[in-house]
Write a new protein. Structure first.
Length: 277
């Protein structure tokens, strides 16, 4: 059998992509991109994490929380990726500690890519989380996992149509056998580096009164916390009565959740009255 001398001419083929993956395990001293791994429980999220990082992970707790935190890494196409495994959750409405941790990391941590693992056999239930994440960040890749199980149950999922409907890349995988991982790695790389620009579809049918309330609150948030990421989403949650975010503003802790936001003294007192309405 002759040695393969055509790698330079085959950089987009699956064999090249798989060979280009180096699992870093616990060697996470520095990285080029941060990838948040999100998804409902029992979607194969841990299998995806282990396959990418080589079964190695650094575990601990989130700061000030009892929720466990797992991190790992991999190198692909000469770039190092830190993979943060978020708690499995069904939504980002922060009705539990797990949801709060996942929400805050995507909202304020601003990962370069959020990889959302969904179960192809229970897609309708899983899309609720996907849509909520798309309200926060553009940089999303949907990992349509358990395609082998879907096929076994006679289910067909059109990932290309789903990608068009969501406005972000969707990659079909079977994580246990690493089916589709060549395309998944390339897609993560493309979104992280900006080669692929996502255009997620979002709801734009708020009533005029709600739009006005959002605009007023966003202006107040930007004045009180210059540099606050996702101020519009924070405003929506405040108007919806999110107790954790309201408490963070009342106690002056919003800057702790979003270190890049510098609180302006003397302004937040007006904001917390507005947020409590």
């Amino acid at each position: 059998m002759k040695p393969d001398t055509s790698l330079e001419q085959c950089e987009t083929c699956p064999m090249h992509n798989t060979a280009n993956l180096m699992k870093l395990g616990l060697d996470m001293q520095d990285w080029d991109y941060v990838v948040a791994l999100a998804g409902n429980p029992n979607t194969g999220k841990s299998t995806v994490f282990n396959a990418l990082t080589g079964l190695h992970q650094h575990t601990g707790n989130w700061p000030g929380k009892t929720v466990s935190r797992a991190e790992g890494g991999f190198e692909y196409d000469d770039k190092r990726y830190k993979l943060v495994d978020l708690p499995g959750t069904y939504s980002l409405l922060a009705t539990s500690l797990d949801e709060e941790v996942a929400r805050d990391f995507i909202l304020f941590g601003q990962p370069d890519v959020t990889l959302v693992v969904v179960d192809a056999t229970r897609l309708e239930r899983n899309l609720n989380l996907v849509i909520q994440i798309l309200e926060i960040t553009d940089r999303v890749v949907v990992c349509l996992n358990l395609m082998d199980e879907a096929k076994r149950h006679g289910l067909q999922v059109d990932e290309r149509r789903l990608a068009r409907d969501l406005g972000v890349p969707v990659v079909a995988t079977a994580a246990r056998s690493k089916q589709g991982f060549d395309q998944l790695l390339q897609t993560i790389s493309d979104v992280a580096t900006g080669r692929t620009v996502c255009n997620p579809h979002r709801f734009q049918n708020e009533p005029p009164q709600l739009k006005q309330a959002i605009q007023i609150l966003v202006e107040q948030l930007n004045q009180a916390y210059p540099g606050l990421p996702n101020a519009r989403w924070v405003a929506l949650r405040l108007l919806d009565g999110d107790e954790r975010l309201i408490e963070a503003i009342q106690k002056g802790e919003l800057g702790d959740l979003a270190p890049q936001a510098q609180q302006v003294p003397g302004i937040s007192s007006d904001l917390k009255i507005e947020a409590s309405l």
